[in-house]
Design a binder for this molecule. Structure first.
Ligand SMILES: [Zn+2]
Length: 94
């Protein structure tokens, strides 16, 4: 428990070190720039996840979901094999 100067109204407000705590005076989040930054990063991460070819969306049909799950499964195997071959080449003498 501490106090933080509200970035919106400039008054001091109690807060629990939590960026989403709101100001006692104006009701806006006390996080200010830090919170903005955190939200921006979360949004970027979400966008990157959704760009993933096998990302399963709520709106996908069962067929598409099944295809994506299968694709993701084989992609994982594919990466494992590539990693194994890379290791094998590295482990071979000469
Ligand atoms: Zn405020």
């Amino acid at each position: 428990m501490g106090e933080k100067k509200c970035p919106h109204c400039g008054k001091w407000s109690d807060w629990n070190q939590n960026l989403t705590d709101t100001c006692q005076h104006c009701g806006k989040p006390l996080g200010g720039k830090d919170l903005e930054f955190q939200e921006k990063r979360a949004a970027q991460e979400k966008a990157r996840e959704e760009q993933w070819i096998f990302y399963i969306k709520e709106t996908d049909s069962d067929f598409v979901k099944g295809m994506k799950k299968t694709g993701n499964f084989f992609y994982t195997i594919y990466i494992s094999i590539i990693t194994f071959i890379a290791w094998l080449i590295a482990a071979l003498p000469g």
